[in-house]
Design a protein around this ligand. Structure first.
Ligand code: SR1
Ligand code: MG
Length: 421
């Protein structure tokens, strides 16, 4: 993207202007069918950054996504360039080539207006929503582990020779603004004082103060941040939480790769695992279905184990085609260590920082919510401080014991205490 495009102002779409834009493009209009005046167009963006329009006509649907010139969640006081829309379009194509069918089809992109048009995913819902409804998705671990192994392996130096990997890194280097957003909202602000932070107060006040004063914890968080900033192992989705995944019983689609950048493989895995674990911990405030929480923990284990097998298989296949010992790439134990650390950071920032998640926000009973969040913070700290979590089972065991201790407490207040108050 050129710097002149970058600096240009652009029109912010409304439902009316989206109608005109699509009507002016016969290749897109034909997907909706009928006449433009009859299309149903709604702005459905409930995310933190963009406008998202859902269009439906007699023949089918479309999604039009426009990057706003500021961070939607924070408002115009946090300006953001439109460049992320361009990088999202690149990433949709790149990851789509590496794992065909895993992302929505990109039908049109206009970097000047920060617009991308994609197929409408229907009847998909976000994985977060599916988990909150207690749905068990049999094919999910297979889909997610394949997506992760294929995209991460084929963009890492386990597969690419140095010059090709460097060229790919250069292609995405301009998305640095989104890297800075993650640095700020995931690694920095939640662990410091910031007007943008919020947490369930006053219930968590003393714990939050304790965490922010814990110098050893902060050093470990900083070490994870340093690895995030300096360890360019593979091209990451960069924001792979459970609202970036759309599901049906049989399909899994990865959306919103606007945070795409080169970083540690464990960051994509860690964000996903962190969001799955926090859903598991939030279940105590919803239906408190211990069986379901255990299903989620098995999902975490299976995703990791299948990812590891696929990654190693790809490595073996590729090494078989090489003459020497080049292209070994990052080892699984290091990826696991990062995954565990980033999962814990993701859980903490969802309780302490700006960007909260429905898993906790939808818990109606305030005391129960505070208790789930407290349990999540304490567990995450333990994970970050531990040097002994050297397998995925060692990680899930920590959560499993909390889930079971919650289940032995009959009254809501006792249960909400999770044994940790
Ligand atoms: C305002 S952006 C907040 C969060 O939403 C995105 O999905 C990222 O996770 C980011 O940290
Ligand atoms: Mg998103």
């Amino acid at each position: 993207m050129s710097s002149s495009e970058e600096s240009e102002a652009y029109r912010i779409h409304t439902e009316g202007s989206v109608r005109d834009m699509i009507a002016g493009q016969p290749g897109l209009a034909v997907r909706l069918g009928g006449i433009p005046a009859g299309w149903d167009i709604r702005e459905i963006g409930d995310g933190n950054l963009n406008l998202v329009f859902r269009l439906a006509g007699p023949q089918g649907g479309l999604i039009v996504k426009q990057a706003l010139p500021y961070l939607r969640l924070a408002g115009p006081s946090w300006p953001l360039s439109k460049a992320r829309s361009f990088y999202e379009s690149l990433a949709l194509r790149q990851f789509g080539r590496l794992q065909p069918g895993a992302l929505p089809a990109l039908l049109y992109a206009d970097a000047a207006d920060a617009v991308i048009v994609m197929e409408l995913l229907h009847p998909h819902v976000t994985l977060r929503n599916a988990l909150l409804h207690g749905r068990r998705l049999a094919a999910l671990s297979d889909h997610l582990s394949s997506y992760l192994a294929n995209t991460l392996f084929h963009t890492s130096d386990a597969f690419l020779p140095p010059e090709k990997k460097a060229a790919l890194m250069a292609r995405y280097a301009g998305n640095h603004e989104m890297l800075a957003v993650t640095d700020m909202l995931v690694f920095t602000e939640p662990f410091r004082s910031s007007a943008r932070n919020r947490w369930t107060s006053p219930e968590l006040d003393s714990l939050v103060a304790e965490l922010k004063a814990d110098a050893v914890l902060l050093r470990r968080v900083e070490a994870l941040r340093q690895r995030f900033l300096n360890n360019s192992q593979a091209l990451l989705h960069g924001d792979l939480h459970t609202s970036s995944i759309m599901v049906t019983e049989t399909e899994t689609r990865i959306i919103d790769p606007e945070f795409v950048f080169y970083g540690p493989i464990g960051f994509d895995l860690g964000m996903l695992v962190g969001d799955l674990l926090l859903n598991c911990l939030a279940q105590a405030g919803h239906r408190h279905d211990v069986d379901y929480s255990c299903w989620t923990l098995r999902l975490v284990e299976t995703i990791w184990l299948e990812f590891g097998c696929r990654f190693e298989q790809l490595r073996l296949q590729h090494q078989g085609s090489l003459s020497g010992h080049e292209a070994a790439g990052p080892c699984l134990q290091v990826i696991l260590r990062d995954t565990v650390g980033y999962a814990a950071i993701e859980m903490m920032r969802r309780v302490l920082g700006l960007a909260h998640v429905a898993d906790f926000e939808l818990i109606e009973d305030r005391a129960a919510r505070a208790a789930c969040e407290r349990a999540t913070l304490l567990l995450s700290r333990r994970i970050i401080m531990s040097d002994a979590i050297d397998s995925i089972h060692a990680l899930t065991a920590q959560v499993r014991s909390l889930v079971h201790s919650g289940s032995r407490m009959p009254s809501p207040s006792r249960r909400s205490a999770y044994g940790l108050l």
